[in-house]
Design a binder for this molecule. Sequence first.
Ligand code: FE
Ligand code: FE
Ligand code: ZN
Ligand code: FE
Length: 164
Amino acid sequence: MSALKNLQDLYVEQLKDLYSAETQLVEALPKMAQAATDPKLKAGFEKHLTETQQQVKRLDSIFTDLGEQPGGHTCQAMKGLIAEGSEMIAQEAAPAVKDAGLIACAQRVEHYEIAGYGTVVRYAEVLGLPMHVTQLRTSEQEEKDADLSLTSAALAINQAAMRG
Ligand code: FE
Ligand code: FE
Ligand code: ZN
Ligand code: FE
């Protein structure tokens, strides 16, 4: 891995990390949707899969604009978060309890992504890349909305999980 000389280099490195995270999620979200029982939760995962595919496209266009390639970096944190999601999917559990467990995993993912986008939005501002700021803010907002809708789905699901 080559040395990071300045903020621009760190920006590209952080974008690669996000790209890896998002592409891993494109693979993982259908499995989360499949494992969910609550129809609202299932639909939420499916909706966020579509958004995640758009987020990958936004990152693609940013890499094109920078004349950089998106590959060559694995987001180890997302790999771990998805591994925890897979454990929950494989876990024997009452349906509502499993749903609550899937939400617990998914909200960790959304918070990780919110942190990642928050960082690159600030870098793009400092680097004077307003088109990137707009694109990255759109994805950041989708992550925040996804987190909020998981919180809202959890209201009923946690009640159902309490009954078992
Ligand atoms: Fe995302
Ligand atoms: Fe990462
Ligand atoms: Zn990384
Ligand atoms: Fe997300």
